[in-house]
Design a binder for this molecule. Structure first.
Ligand code: C2E
Ligand code: MG
Ligand code: MG
Ligand code: MG
Length: 287
């Protein structure tokens, strides 16, 4: 009996496994044609200055409109894109698209005069390419974006890779005028020593620390520590995932300069982002 059950269990896992592999292969193949078929789209989430409550920038976030599966989120595709290498081409598309859109916004008359930064997420696989920096600089030049308006978002796992090469690449980007954020700060393994060595311009406090700042004294202390450390290193700080007025007030009173989060807006499509810019005063719940 036990033996039979064992076999059934094995078969069950085998079937699940086959399903999983099938799904992955299907997604990988579909993703391969997604760029070409115009199925990728960038959504934009506003970055708000706490003091003025104005939208000062945007983060571009990838979405995939699959003809049959519908809207696919990054968590379901980035890993597949990385493991298949497709992320390199997709990342190039994301950067070009975001720069082009931002140049267009700056040129149009949308009361947009205070939006001056566009943030783009970069995968470790992309950053590791030897021609990464050259390609970024070329894309910025070709799209006509002012380099200091671009902010590349790297995560800790990307920068602990091979420190000398990483520092060299970051320095070349910085010398070109491009800003670099550490995304999801606090979730990885980077030490104070790394922070001191790496030429970041901005820290983004991961939303897992922001979530309970009002109720959890440990999280509150942690965020306070990050904020005072950031001021010593002279990093800008963006708090991610701000959803309530209470979180906003806590962060503002502890010297955080910028935030993103549902309190103001989710990532939205181009047209909707333009409405946010035009109707800025009403759009941000933090008012
Ligand atoms: P991230 O860069 O840390 O982006 C922030 C994520 O938090 C976004 O999820 C955003 O929708 C979500 N978020 C923002 N505000 C709130 C809030 O107030 N509450 C909650 N619960 N969530 C909030 P999204 O768009 O699903 O992206 C997930 C991750 O996928 C990103 O995390 C980033 O690591 C990656 N990603 C997105 N677009 C790209 C891309 O173009 N290239 C690469 N390499 N990675 C990307
Ligand atoms: Mg990001
Ligand atoms: Mg993040
Ligand atoms: Mg994240």
């Amino acid at each position: 009996q036990a033996k039979k059950e064992g076999r059934n269990t094995t078969r069950f896992y085998q079937e699940e496994m086959d399903q999983w592999i099938k799904k992955r292969l299907f997604l990988e193949n579909a993703l391969r044609s997604a760029v070409k078929n115009n199925e990728l789209e960038l959504y934009y989430q506003p970055v708000i200055e706490m003091k003025t409550k104005l939208i000062i920038g945007a983060e571009a976030l990838l979405r995939w409109n699959h003809p049959e599966l519908g809207l696919i989120m990054p968590d379901e595709m980035i890993e597949i894109a990385e493991e298949s290498g497709l992320i390199v081409g997709i990342g190039e598309w994301v950067l070009r698209e975001a720069c082009t859109q931002f140049v267009r916004w700056r040129a149009e008359n949308l009361r947009q005069s205070h939006i001056d930064r566009i943030a783009v997420n970069v995968s470790a696989v992309q950053f590791r390419q030897s021609d990464f920096v050259d390609k970024v600089i070329r894309t910025v030049a070709e799209t006509g974006l002012v380099p200091s308006m671009l902010e590349l978002e790297l995560t800790e796992s990307t920068v602990i890779d091979n420190i000398d090469i990483v520092i060299d690449k970051m320095n070349r980007l910085r010398h070109a005028g491009i800003g670099i954020s550490m995304d999801d700060f606090g979730t990885g393994y980077s030490s104070l020593g790394y922070l001191k060595k790496l030429p970041f311009t901005t820290l983004k406090i991961d939303r897992s620390f922001v979530r309970d700042i009002v109720s959890d004294t440990d999280d509150a202390a942690l965020v306070e520590t990050i904020l005072s450390m950031a001021s010593i290193f002279k990093f800008d700080v963006i708090a991610e995932g701000v959803e309530t007025i209470e979180q906003f007030k806590f962060l503002e009173s502890h010297g955080c300069q910028y935030f993103q989060g549902y309190l103001c807006s989710k990532p939205v499509q181009v047209k909707h982002f333009e409405e946010l810019l035009v109707h800025e005063i009403q759009s941000c719940a933090a008012q």
